[in-house]
Each structure stands twice: as structure tokens, then as C-alpha cells.
Ligand binder design. Sequence first.
Ligand SMILES: NC(=O)c1ccc[n+]([C@@H]2O[C@H](COP(=O)([O-])OP(=O)(O)OC[C@H]3O[C@@H](n4cnc5c(N)ncnc54)[C@H](OP(=O)(O)O)[C@@H]3O)[C@@H](O)[C@H]2O)c1
Length: 260
Amino acid sequence: MDLGLSGRACVVTGASRGIGLETARRLTEAGAQVLLVGRGAEALDAAVRRVGGVACAADVTAPDAARRIVAACEDAFGGVDVLVNNAGTSYVRALADLEDEDWRLNHELHVMAPMRLMQLAAPRMAARGWGRIVNVCSSAGKRPSPMNAAYAVSKAGQLSLSRAFADAFAKDGVLVNAVAPGITASELWVGDGGMADQIAGQDGGTREEAIAARAAKAPLGRMSEPGEIADVIAFLCSDRASSVAGAAWSVDGGAVATIV
Ligand SMILES: NC(=O)c1ccc[n+]([C@@H]2O[C@H](COP(=O)([O-])OP(=O)(O)OC[C@H]3O[C@@H](n4cnc5c(N)ncnc54)[C@H](OP(=O)(O)O)[C@@H]3O)[C@@H](O)[C@H]2O)c1
């Protein structure tokens, strides 16, 4: 399928590994020009060597990050056609142990950072009459998980944010959608010190047991691979998704048991 992305200027945040890296790979494979954003410059450079594109080292929670990222994309590719707000993270912390700082940091990373990027990028896309924005949210935003309520609440906020921008910009040809991955085999979950290791540390089991227990909760019976999430993101970024706006597609192996 031709995604119609050839020559499109794309920003992917959190592109140095996991879901973001696989998204950048699919976009460059489709002929798009991609700005890969992340904090770690070395990891970003390695990602560019693997999938192509241009690196932009930035912490998306910095107040001037959105301005810097959009300017870098315009300098490199002459505009911004596609924005994937993917940068994010989580960790295991019980509700009783969450402090103000946890709630604030999660809100900054998953709501304020994508909001600032959309605030700058969406009007530019509207002026050109075409745009795609995908917000990488989480199944935890649809059904809070006990692993980290601050994360879940921020992801619910990100889903709402995505819908608000979708409503405001669809008439201009700028289509904004969300994906809600479930448990996915990126470093966030399966890397050293990741979610599986943190759960194993609490429960006294192994990383593999922690993964198996969580994966079994989805009808699919396994974790998703980062590339499986990226396939859906790339489709939503494409010309082919020309009548999808304001959606929040679950990509979770059936984990969130709702029919809408
Ligand atoms: N894996 C899952 O099970 C799962 C499930 C549902 C939703 N998600 C969501 O999917 C997205 C990607 O997660 P992933 O699993 O691919 O995680 P990952 O493998 O840990 O990758 C996260 C990426 O985000 C970047 N990043 C983190 N904080 C950043 C910041 N402040 N500024 C700029 N870049 C930042 C990281 O690079 P640096 O550290 O170098 O900045 C890295 O490139 C996240 O929004 C996550 O919430 C993941």
C-alpha cells in the first residue's frame, strides 16, 4: 500500500528507541523526511544511523522545546506535515506513594509537551491544507492501571487533548488521532530496570514471570512488539487515513474490554 508520505516532513518525539524508533523507520521507509527527537544525543545519532532522518536532541518538557523542534524541522525539511507525539515513560509506584512531583512530571511529559507541539504545528499544517498528528497515549488512559495512577491520569488527559485538537483542526485537513498501546516489548517494559524488573523486584519473581502475568491479561496472550504499534501509527500518519479524525485506537491485543 502506498502511504502517500513521500517527501512529507515528519517529527517523531521519543524516536531513539522502542515505538518511536519503529515509527521513524516506517516513515523513512515510506519516503518521508523524519526529525527524530529525544534527550540522549548518542542514542539519537545511533537511531539515525539505523533508520535515516535527522537528529534533534531535546527534552520535550522544556518550555522552549516545541519552538526549537518545529524550527529544526522547518530548517531541515521546509515545513512540518506530520507530528507524532510519542515521548513518554512510566515506572511502578503505588497510589499511596505517588507525590506531587510524580503527578506534575507525568502531566508535563504526557500533556503539556504534546500540547505545546500541537499548538505550534497544527496551525502551520492548517495553513498548508494538510497535516497528520498522532498522539501515543496508553490503554492505561482508557482504564487506569494500578501500576502508576499518575501515568494513567496523564494519559487520559492526553486522550482528551488529542480529541480537542482533532475537533479544532479537522476542517482544515489536519487530522489528529490517538493510539492507545497496551503492554509492549520496548525497553520501557523489558529493558534492564524497566517495568518488568520493577514488578519482579516487588513480587519476588523473575522478569519473565512478570511479563507473562501481564501479557496473559490480554486476549492476544502476549505483549505487542513496538513495530506492531508503529504500523498503526504510520497508517494514521498517511494519506490513506483520510477520514479518520478524533479516534483513539486501541493497539493492545484486546486488553481494554470495551466495544467503543
Ligand atoms: N511500552 C509500553 O508498554 C507502552 C504501553 C502504552 C503506551 N506506551 C507509550 O508509548 C510511548 C513510547 O514508549 P516506549 O515503550 O517506546 O518507551 P521507551 O522504549 O522507553 O522509549 C521512550 C522514548 O522517549 C524518549 N523520551 C523520554 N522522555 C523524554 C523527554 N522528556 N523528552 C524527549 N524524549 C523523551 C526516550 O529517549 P531519551 O530517554 O533519550 O529522552 C525514548 O526515545 C510512550 O508515550 C509510552 O507512554 C508504551
